[in-house]
Design a protein around this ligand. Structure first.
Ligand code: DP6
Length: 320
């Protein structure tokens, strides 16, 4: 019972923040994302009756912090009477720093586990399993531009655009490699309980989703830029007005935002988004990528800059 999978993280343009069911980890809102092809997580899963506990290794270091979350995910897929597993994961970007590492990790994990137990590849089932481990991970089950919609009792994902149809690029300005100060799950719970903006956030999401969908349908960059920045700042406003406040930004994040606004004024096709961490993601057209990379790397406080094309669905490999 061994399998291997590679999956990519995704970055939401219309964000998920808040849960409608914490036990099942169902999101309170629909969301829309880009799958990032140049960032990846490789996951090797081996179940054996000779193991006496689950073991997780990330980038050659034993990780005990996340093992209970991983074991819970394995139990929900394989059942509680399963053998223990040895899980070896490798990732080419900073983890737990607001770069959506949980989306690539849990999507890769779920694909590898299903492969190891010989289950047929079923995208919606995999999305649902990945989503119960980490909401954003469900979207990594498809490539290109992806929509996640709530159904009555679960979630459903759909590709809104293939990579070829609209080959957007993402430039990531890393402004800190430190672990985030508070996990998204915990921060979401606090937001739902205390931000006076939380209900407005939930009630306005469908308007942003339909605007985002229309922008993608028409490949209207300006329109996508406007609604994405608005949705991102709205989510951060909910975070900022949470008690105690959740502020993931640092000085360099704000400097990058100003630089992106300046580039927009000079006619570049670019916009920013930010998640549960201080990294800035600049979405642009391929012809603008080099200039944006150069500009962001000059900003004080930017530690490094990564570039990514859009990426595809996870790849699964089962050794003979
Ligand atoms: C800000 O998927 O990390 O990146 O379901 O609790 O694991 P859990 O949350 P997670 O939340 C991601 C939130 C976000 C926005 C987004 O990706 O849509």
């Amino acid at each position: 019972m061994r399998a291997f999978a590679t999956a990519h993280p995704n970055i939401a343009l219309i964000k998920y923040w808040g849960k409608r069911d914490t036990a099942k980890n169902l999101p309170a809102v629909d969301s829309l994302s880009l799958t990032l092809g140049d960032l990846w997580t490789n996951m090797n899963v081996h179940f054996s009756s000779s193991y006496d506990r689950d073991r997780l290794e990330i980038n050659n270091v034993i990780n005990d912090q996340n093992i209970s979350r991983v074991s819970k995910c394995l139990d929900s897929i394989v059942g509680k009477s399963r053998s223990f597993a040895n899980i070896v994961s490798e990732c080419n970007f900073p983890i737990s720093a607001g770069l959506a590492s949980s989306s690539s990790s849990f999507s890769a994990l779920v694909v590898a586990v299903n492969g190891a137990i010989g289950r047929k590849y079923d995208t919606q089932l995999l999305a649902s399993q990945a989503g119960s481990a980490s909401g954003s991970a469900a979207r990594s089950m498809l490539g290109g531009i992806v929509e996640l919609k709530n159904t009555q009792t679960d979630i459903q994902i759909r590709q809104l655009s293939s990579i070829e149809r609209w080959p957007l690029r993402v430039v990531i300005a890393i402004t800190s490699k430190e672990k985030k100060s508070i996990s998204s799950s915990k921060a979401m719970r606090l937001s739902a309980n205390s931000s006076p903006f939380y209900s407005a956030w939930i009630n306005n999401q469908e308007a942003d989703m339909s605007e985002g969908r229309l922008a993608i349908e028409n490949r209207d960059f300006e329109r996508l830029a406007t609604v994405s920045e608005h949705n991102c700042l709205k989510m951060h406003s909910v975070m900022w007005t949470t008690r105690p406040s959740v502020i993931y930004w640092n000085e360099a994040s704000l400097n990058c935002m100003h630089a992106i606004r300046e580039m927009q004024r000079s006619g570049e096709s670019v916009f920013f988004t930010m998640d549960a961490g201080p990294q800035i993601k600049a979405i642009c057209l391929p012809e603008n990528e080099a200039k944006i990379t150069q500009r962001l790397s000059e900003i004080k406080g930017v530690v490094s800059v990564m570039q990514s094309k859009l990426g595809g669905a996870p790849i699964s490999r089962i050794p003979k």
